[in-house]
Design a protein. Structure first.
Length: 407
C-alpha cells in the first residue's frame, strides 16, 4: 500500500536565498560565510571562501542546502554551521534534525519529478512555491526508514572522516619535509644523507643538494582534446562542479552523455586542477579513466617516483594562491599554465628523498582515491533501498531505533 503524501510545506520550512549587497562581500572572515551555489559544496558540507557582513537569509546547522538555479539545480549539501544563503540556494528544515534527513531522502528519491517543475528554459530555476507544494511520502514508519538509511549515511561519513585524516597526515608530512625541512634522521639515512645543511638560493635558505626548479619540471599539463561519442563509453565525466573544494578525494561524476564540448581526456592517477576560479581550491586525484572540460588542467608527474610529491605540491595552498594571482579574466578568472603557473618556482629535493616520501604517502593517496568506489557503492545501495522502503516493497518486520528522538 502506497504511503500517504503531504506537500513539503506541511512538514518543513523552506528558506529561499537572497544575495547580500556586493559591497558587503569579503574574504577576511568578517560576518557569515556566504553560500551562492554548489561551487562551494564539499563532499558533505560547504567550504566557503567569501563572507558577508550584511546577510539577508540564513540557514542553521543541520539544515539541508538545496540548489535552486542553473544546471546544478537539485544538488544538495548539509549545513554544518550557520550560512548566509545567496539566491542560488535554499535551506530546508524539518521539525527535527531527523525529519530534515527524512525529507532529504524523499526529495532525493523523487528529484527527477521535482526538477521537471523547474522553469527558465536554458537556465532552469525552482521557485519557493515549486518546492513547498511538492508532494512527498509521509508514512507512519518513517522513523524506522530513516534509521535504516541513516546507517548508510553514517558509514559514508566515517569514510569521509578517514579521508580528511589521511589528507591532513599527507599535508603535514609534505610541509614538515619540504617546507620546513624537518626530516627525521632515519629518513635522511635511508635517502643517503646524514643531516640538513642550509645554503643560500633565490628562494631563501634551502638544504644543500636541493634544486630550485619550476612546477613545469614536476608536472606536465596533459592536453588530450576529444569529442563526444561512443569512444567515451568506458569513461566517466568529471566537470569542474564535481571536483571537491580543498579535498583530494573525487567522489562524484556525471553520466558520460553529459560530456558535450571543450572536452579533454584524463587517466587514472592524473591530477585534476580546477583552472576556472582557482581560488576555490579544486584539486583531486583521478580514481579512473575519464573526461573533463578545459576548465580543468590535467597534470601528470614528470617522473613516476615523484607522484606523491607532485600531487601534494599541486594541492598546496601556495600553488592555488599562485594560480589565482596569475589568473586572467575579470568576471570569470582562469588560471594560465603556459608561461605562468608552469613557471612557479619551487624547491626540488633529491630523488632518494622523493622515493622515501613516495613510500610513505603513496598508500595514503591510493586509499583516498579508492574512496570514490567505496562511497559510491554505499550510496548506490542506499539509493536502491530508498524507493523500496518508501513504497512498502521492503517490509520492516524487525526493530529499529527511532530516528526522530528530540534529544
Amino acid at each position: 500500500m502506497a504511503a500517504p503524501t503531504v506537500p513539503l510545506i506541511k512538514v518543513a520550512k523552506v528558506i529561499m536565498g537572497q544575495s547580500p549587497p556586493g559591497d558587503t562581500y569579503n574574504e577576511d572572515g568578517d560576518g557569515l560565510p556566504l553560500l551562492n551555489g554548489p561551487t562551494e559544496f564539499g563532499t558533505t558540507s560547504p567550504t566557503c571562501t567569501q563572507f558577508t557582513t550584511d546577510s539577508r537569509r540564513e540557514c542553521e546547522a543541520g539544515d539541508l542546502i538545496f540548489c535552486v538555479r542553473g544546471s546544478t539545480t537539485g544538488r544538495m549539501n548539509w549545513a554544518d554551521r550557520k550560512y548566509s544563503l545567496g539566491r542560488g540556494v535554499c535551506g530546508i528544515r524539518g521539525e527535527t534534525a531527523a525529519e530534515t534527513r527524512f525529507v532529504r531522502y524523499c526529495i532525493q528519491d523523487q528529484l527527477h519529478a521535482l526538477l521537471q517543475l523547474a522553469g527558465g528554459g536554458t537556465f532552469p530555476n525552482l521557485t519557493k512555491d515549486d518546492i513547498e507544494e511538492f508532494e512527498i511520502p509521509w508514512p507512519d514508519n518513517r522513523a524506522r526508514i530513516a534509521g535504516i538509511l541513516s546507517a548508510y549515511d553514517e558509514l559514508m561519513e566515517n569514510s569521509q572522516r578517514r579521508i580528511r585524516l589521511l589528507e591532513a597526515m599527507a599535508r603535514a608530512l609534505y610541509r614538515e619535509w619540504f617546507v620546513h625541512f624537518r626530516i627525521p634522521a632515519e629518513v635522511l639515512t635511508k635517502a643517503g644523507a646524514s643531516r640538513i645543511k642550509l645554503v643560500a638560493s633565490p628562494l631563501g635558505p634551502i638544504p644543500h643538494g636541493w634544486k630550485v626548479k619550476k612546477l613545469g619540471d614536476v608536472v606536465t599539463y596533459n592536453r588530450r582534446a576529444t569529442k563526444p561519442g561512443s569512444h567515451l563509453e568506458d569513461r566517466r565525466y568529471v566537470p569542474i562542479d564535481c571536483l571537491p573544494s580543498k579535498s583530494l578525494a573525487l567522489l562524484e561524476a556525471e553520466p558520460i552523455e553529459e560530456a558535450q564540448s571543450s572536452l579533454q581526456l584524463f587517466e587514472k592517477g592524473d591530477i585534476l586542477f580546477g583552472a576556472m576560479r582557482a581560488y576555490f581550491h579544486k584539486v583531486a586525484v583521478a580514481p579512473f579513466n575519464g573526461v573533463t572540460r578545459t576548465t580543468c588542467f590535467v597534470f601528470k608527474p614528470t617522473q613516476p617516483e615523484w607522484k606523491a610529491f607532485a600531487t601534494m605540491t599541486v594541492f598546496e595552498e601556495a600553488t592555488v594562491a599562485y594560480a589565482n594571482s596569475h589568473s586572467q579574466g575579470a568576471t570569470i578568472p582562469y588560471a594560465v599554465w603556459d608561461g605562468s603557473l608552469s613557471e612557479m618556482p619551487l624547491v626540488l629535493p633529491p630523488d632518494d628523498l622523493l622515493r622515501q616520501f613516495e613510500k610513505v604517502v603513496a598508500p595514503m593517496l591510493a586509499h583516498i582515491s579508492q574512496s570514490f568506489f567505496t562511497l559510491n557503492n554505499l550510496r548506490r545501495t542506499r539509493d536502491l533501498l530508498l524507493p523500496r522502503l518508501l513504497s512498502g516493497q521492503v517490509v520492516l518486520n524487525f526493530p529499529a531505533a527511532s530516528a526522530f528522538s528530540k534529544s
